[in-house]
Design a binder for this molecule. Structure first.
Ligand code: FNR
Length: 364
């Protein structure tokens, strides 16, 4: 039987009740500098679990304080951070959704103000901090951010920070850990030859550029229980066809390496590495062909998530039904409508295949 949007999906011993995932979306809503989850995060993620999504993925959560995009990002670099996140995971699970968290490091895109404050680079004297990257080349436009090329010790620290972040995420009650290796943040900066000029074993060849992402996934897998899935979000391409850059062909090769390292699903996004990117306009399904490509070309049996421009029930259902991806990941439409999955079930005549919260039954 063909799978559709409301078919459960088993990954290891974790069962996703349906194929809708809330895409990770930064809320920039922590108190200045502390990285602790607030009432905003509980309500924001909780209401999307009430809305019926099979997986609710918490936003990019920094594994080190210098890996935050802004001073207001969520963090997981201490046990206090895990304690603040635990009620989020618990509430999401109580609604029948699978609680998930994206573990992140912003690399050279760290130390900026929030989008609604102009997304300006913050120099240390303006409340910023020293960022790290594979090479000391700033993100174009962010030259004001202090930056240094990562030393071998920095590399070890980052791998260890992702591993401790995963351990804390587990303590907090999350069932899926996603490693953020997309959008021009630290791991993607290593993957792409555009931002990686290293001459050691972490730069140069494809295998060398992929090494840190693979090391991080292995380190997370080491502490993440065998019965729970690990996801990795990648950028399927840099959208920089005019220069040697990260491509969809390399993404498919990377998917194989990540699957060998213990990843269960590759969440395929794109871009974010360089402002010259030639990103398509962002219309319906704009990144789905990349997800489809990675799935078709990968030699491993790894799950695929598609994201980007999925806004209707019919579209999300078709992505799964046509075998283009295993998960339909929905971002901005979930900001417009936290009840996307419930509404989709109603529109697709599948209300008998989703748990409608009893408090809301009169509406469905
Ligand atoms: C995002 N996006 C994003 N991606 C990610 O991997 N981690 C993150 O924390 C964020 N943060 C974020 C915040 C906000 C406000 C938006 C709108 C987007 C990207 C997001 O997850 C998604 O991939 C894109 O928005 C494309 O999907 P949609 O919105 O077209 O469904």
């Amino acid at each position: 039987m063909t799978d559709d949007l409301f078919s459960p999906l088993s990954l290891r011993e974790t069962e996703l009740p349906n194929r809708v995932m809330v895409s990770p979306m930064c809320q920039y809503s922590c108190e200045d500098r502390d990285g602790l989850a607030t009432e905003w995060h509980r309500t924001h993620l909780g209401s999307r679990a009430v809305g019926g999504a099979g997986v609710v993925m918490a936003e990019a959560t920094a594994v080190e304080s210098r890996g935050r995009i802004s001073p207001h990002d969520l963090g997981i670099w201490s046990d206090e951070h895990a304690d603040a996140l635990a009620p989020v995971a618990e509430f999401v699970r109580e609604q029948g959704s699978v609680p998930a968290i994206q573990l992140a490091h912003a690399g050279r895109k760290a130390s900026t103000s929030r989008p609604w404050e102009g997304h300006e680079p913050l120099a240390p004297e303006d409340g910023g901090w020293e960022a790290i990257a594979p090479s000391a080349t700033p993100y174009p436009g962010n030259e004001a951010v202090a930056l240094h090329e990562m030393t071998p010790e920095d590399i070890e620290d980052v791998i260890a920070a992702f591993q401790s972040g995963a351990e804390r995420a587990l303590d907090a009650g999350f069932e899926i850990a996603e490693v953020h290796a997309a959008h021009g943040y630290l791991l993607h900066e290593f993957l792409s030859p555009v931002s990686n000029d290293r001459t050691d074993e972490y730069g140069g060849s494809f295998e060398n550029r992929a090494r840190l992402t693979v090391d991080v996934v292995e380190a997370v897998r080491e502490v993440w229980p065998d019965d729970r899935p690990v996801f990795v979000r990648i950028s399927g391409t840099d959208w920089l066809p005019d220069r040697e850059s990260w491509t969809r062909e390399q993404s498919a090769r990377l998917a194989d390496l990540l699957a060998e390292a213990g990843a269960d699903l590759i969440d395929v996004s794109s871009g974010g590495l360089h402002p010259d990117q030639q990103l398509p306009a962002g219309g319906p399904n704009y990144q789905v062909p990349l997800a489809e490509h990675v799935g078709a070309e990968s030699e491993r049996d790894v799950g695929i998530g598609a994201v980007g421009g999925i806004t209707t029930a019919q579209q999300a259902d078709a992505v799964v039904r046509n075998g283009r991806a295993d998960l339909a990941i929905v971002g901005r439409e979930h900001l417009r409508d936290p009840y996307f999955a419930l509404r989709a079930a109603k529109e697709l005549d599948a209300l008998d295949r989703i748990e409608v919260p009893k408090q809301y039954r009169r509406a469905f």
